[in-house]
Design a protein around this ligand. Structure first.
Ligand code: IMP
Ligand code: MG
Length: 179
């Protein structure tokens, strides 16, 4: 795997610092609230596992699997729910936990769906943000780091379902995905 990485963007220690900072902020902001972390599988699983342990207030967790309808052909960016939540959302303060905010289509659509279910609030926490690629107006409430418009893998993020288990975040060599 290592040989496919062009550059390490964040090593394990840097990731730890980033996650700790977000966890501290969330713990302050959600004190006394009814926090429910919603991890969007699979990309956010590593971030979720670290973030929940960096949060020092009580919270619950749940998981969703969504898929974007089509790709280039569909500009509406409607997501299809493959695995839904197990919890009734009324009364919860939702925090959607994502690996990366890219075009923003997935999260925008997901947020709209979740808002119809009567939660107290819905916010977004993303480990990475690629602002250059945004196609809809959406910004994260909590964000780890902004990254340039490069394809990154590791720390949960994949290319063709591979590299998720790399403990750091790296830029994938172009020749790997332009083959
Ligand atoms: P979008 O914001 O709706 O365009 O979709 C975000 C999703 O695209 C993420 O959850 C990732 O699965 C995927 N994605 C976007 N950029 C990257 C990247 O650089 N590496 C790996 N996956 C990415
Ligand atoms: Mg993903």
């Amino acid at each position: 795997m290592e040989e496919d990485i062009k550059e390490v963007l964040l090593d394990e220690e840097q990731i730890y610092e980033v996650v700790k900072k977000i966890g501290t902020q969330i713990s302050k902001d959600y004190e006394g609230k009814n926090l429910l972390l919603i991890s969007v599988l699979k990309g956010s699983v590593v971030f979720m596992a670290d973030l929940m342990r960096a949060i020092t207030i009580p919270c619950k967790i749940d998981f969703m699997v969504v898929s974007s309808y089509g790709d280039k052909a569909v500009s509406s960016g409607t997501v299809k729910i493959i695995k839904d939540l197990d919890i009734n959302l009324s009364g919860y303060d939702l925090l959607i936990v994502e690996d990366i905010l890219d075009t923003g289509r997935t999260l925008k659509s997901l947020m709209e769906i979740l808002k119809t279910r009567n939660p107290n609030s819905v916010k977004i926490c993303t480990f990475l943000d690629k602002p250059d690629r945004r196609a809809v107006s959406l910004s994260a409430d909590y964000m780890g780091t902004q990254i340039p418009d490069e394809f990154v893998v590791g720390y949960g993020l994949d290319y063709d379902e591979k590299y998720r288990n790399l403990p750091y975040l790296g830029i994938l060599k172009r020749e790997v995905y332009s083959k």
